[in-house]
Design a protein around this ligand. Structure first.
Ligand code: ASP
Length: 305
């Protein structure tokens, strides 16, 4: 029998409605994993919107320890910030045992709860010999995707942004693609990185405030191909002059960035790095990991962004 460990953190997969009908994560791992042969580590019972980079570090430490002597690890997690935690794990966990992150779109007390099937699928993926060495995967609604590039997009599959690398159902996994690793190294403490939206009429208030608050890096979620108004560009120039790393993403779903227009070109000249592909949520995680590890943001974005 493969040796599997399930690390629980909360999320819809662990929720039931309270007396007011509000969904609260209340179910621990013993309930979720009942009927499966897996060791349980209950870490948090939290809505994933409550997690911070400090919790990413704790989850990564727990997973790294659990993976020693295990064939696979499953992490149950809320979907709201699954893309952040999964990427943090991918960047900071270097083991051979696969780590499979899953959750649910519907609560545990819903008549059509999807958590049990997602957990069963995730365990099947974690137990698959072909999963070994693949790093961190997101398993949801029967699809297996790499952590890097996968985000919550809504719709029946809930997650997208990447091509699936596997299909899973009824305990069997069909692998359809390869996965590269994006491992940077273990990280004990995460620096502060914030996200700023650039929109018509935005000024530099948010950029300046985050720099004053001690941000080591900023993600500017820009318009179009990576454009922002002049006051934001000037604030980015001030931030870069103070040693803060700035990366630019776009608010266009699926849109790539390019310094094709004047404002995007000026952002790059001000010292910002364009992130070609990742959404702001994951660009922030990538930047947090790079800065926390003392690595060049430009190099890491060129390799993984
Ligand atoms: N609010 C929930 C969470 O992220 C949503 C979910 O799990 O689907 O914890």
């Amino acid at each position: 029998m493969p040796r599997l460990v399930v690390v629980t953190t909360g999320g819809t997969i662990a929720t039931s409605a309270d007396a007011d009908g509000v969904l609260r994560p209340v179910h621990g791992g013993a309930e979720l994993v009942a009927g499966h042969d897996a060791q349980v580590i209950d870490l948090f019972t939290l809505d994933s919107s409550q997690l911070t980079p400090a919790e990413w570090v704790r989850i990564a430490d727990t997973v790294t320890e659990a993976a020693t002597g295990a064939d696979g690890v499953v992490v149950t997690h809320g979907t709201d910030s699954m893309e952040e935690t999964a990427l943090w794990l991918e960047l900071t966990y270097g083991g051979a045992a696969p780590v499979v992150v899953t959750g649910a779109a519907r609560s545990a007390d819903a008549p059509d709860a999807d958590g049990p099937a997602n957990l069963r699928d995730a365990l099947a993926v974690a137990a698959s010999p072909q999963a070994r060495g693949r790093g961190v995967l997101i398993c949801f609604a029967g699809w297996v995707r790499p952590a890097l590039g996968t985000t919550k997009v809504g719709g029946p599959d809930l997650f997208g942004g990447t091509a699936p690398v596997g299909r899973v159902g009824e305990g069997s996994v069909e692998w359809t693609g390869g996965t590269g690793r994006a491992y940077l190294g273990p990280i004990a403490e995460a620096v502060r990185v914030d996200i700023v939206a650039a929109y018509p009429g935005a000024d530099g208030t948010a950029v300046d405030a985050f720099v004053d608050a001690g941000a080591a890096g900023l993600v500017v979620e820009a318009m179009g191909a990576g454009n922002a108004g002049t006051p934001v560009i000037e604030a980015v120039r001030r931030a870069c002059a103070r040693g803060v790393a700035v990366a630019v993403t776009t608010r266009v779903p699926g849109g790539p960035t390019a310094a094709a227009y004047g404002p995007g070109h000026d952002l790059v000249r001000a010292g910002a790095v364009l992130v070609p592909r990742l959404r702001s949520s994951q660009a922030r995680v990538l930047m947090t990991a790079a800065l926390s590890a003392g690595l060049s943001v430009a190099d890491i974005v060129a390799r993984l962004g």
